[in-house]
Design a protein around this ligand. Sequence first.
Ligand code: ATP
Ligand code: MG
Length: 427
Amino acid sequence: MPLMQPPETVVEITRVLEAAGYEAWCVGGGVRDALLGIPNLDWDLTTSAKPLQVRKLFRRTVPVGIEFGTIGVLDETNVMHEVTTFRSDVETDGRHAVVRFGESLEEDLARRDFTINAIAYSPSRDELRDPFGGQRDLGARTLRAVGVPKDRMREDRLRALRAIRFASRFGFTVDAATWQAILVSAPYLGKLSPERVQQEIVKTMNQVALPSVAFGMWRDSGAFAELVPMLAGITDVELLALDHLRLPLLDRRPQRLQLRLAGLFSAARPGTVLAMLKALRFSNADSAWIGGLVERWHDMGRGMKNELMQPEPPADSVLRAWAGRAGRTRLAPLLRIADAHWWAERERGRPAPSRERVESVYRRAIRIAYRDPVEVSDLAVNGDDLLRIGITGKRLGETLRALLQWVLEDPSRNTPESLSNRARELS
Ligand code: ATP
Ligand code: MG
C-alpha cells in the first residue's frame, strides 16, 4: 500500500512533469487531509518546472495565477488542478509577497504558513517530505506556524485568520508562540481588504463544525475589535448559539451559510447590521437577506420567547401574526435563530422556552404560514378593489394593513365580501 493515494489525474500530472525531467510533488490541503484520513479532492502540486514549461507540457491549461507561478491544468473531466512553481517569497507588505521562483522543494515548503500545510508527497517515490514536523503536529493536534511565528504573521496578516480557521476546522490547539503572534498581529489586521475578511468569515462558516470555537478566537485575539467592531463584545451564549443552529440539509449550502451568518451578526446592535455587511462587501442581496433576518430577530425575539414560556402553547392567530411580521419565507430561518439562542440559554441554565415547545411550535408555525393568509398580497381584496369603493391615497395602504390584522385573527374573514364590508366600516 502506498502512503497515500492522490486522485489518478493528479498522479498523472506528476508523471508528465517528471518524464520531462522536472520535480513534482503534491502539497498542501490534499496531503494534510490524507494524513488526517479526511477526503479532499483538491490536491495542489508544486514543481521545479517554470510556468511556461508547465504550459507547454499540458494540452489544456489556464493561467490562474501565472504571476505567482500557478498554472491550472485541466483534466479530461474539466477539473482544474493547480500546479505552482517552487517559490520563495522575498519581500512582503503584510499581504502581497514579491514572488521569486525557488530552487528547491525545501525552500517552497519553508514559505508555507503552517507545519501541517507544509508536507509534500511524491507519488512516484511514495515518499513524504516534512521538514517542519507537520506529521508530528497532526498527531499532537497542534496548529503551528512554519518558522518564527511573529515573522510569518508579519509577512502576511491573513495568516492569523487562517490559523484560527484551520485550528477550529480540525479541532486543533494553537501552539502558544503561534497564538502569541496572532495576538500581536491583531492590531494590523486592518491592512486586509474587506473582501479578504469576508472570504475568511465565509470559509470559516463553511468549514467548521463549531463556529463558537472559531469566532471565540476572533473575539479573544482582538480580530473582531479590529475588523468587525460590532462583534467585539459577542457573548459566550451568543457564540454557543451558533453551534446549535439547526441547519438546512447539506445540499443547500447557500442557505446554511446565510443562516450561520445571520446567527453571527445577530450579536450586533439593532440597526447596525446592514451597513456592516455592506462594509464587508457582501452582495446587496445577501446583505438584505441577512440584515432583514437579524432585524426581525431583534424586533420579535423577546416577544416570541415570552409567548413560548406561557403555560399554554400559543394560538394559531399568534403564529399567523409572527408569519405576517417576519414574512412567510423568513419565518423558518427566524425560528431557527431563535431556537439556537434559546438552546444556548438553556445550556447555560438561563430561562428559555423548552425544546419540545419550540419544536412543536416550529412545525405548526411553518404549516400555518403556508396555509393561511399572512401577507397583504394574500388578501382577497387588493388596492384596485379598495379604490373602487372610494378608498384612496394614504388611507389605502392603511386600510390594507388593517384588513390584514383583522384576517390574521381569523382567516375565515378572508373573502371579498367580508373584506369590502370591513373596509367600508373602517372608512
Ligand atoms: P483547503 O482545504 O481549505 O483548500 P489548503 O491547505 O489547500 O486548505 P489553500 O488556501 O488552498 O489551503 O492553500 C494551499 C496551500 O498553500 C496551503 O496548504 C499552504 O501550504 C499554502 N498557503 C496558502 N495560503 C498561504 C499563505 N497566506 N501563506 C503561506 N502559505 C499559504
Ligand atoms: Mg486548497
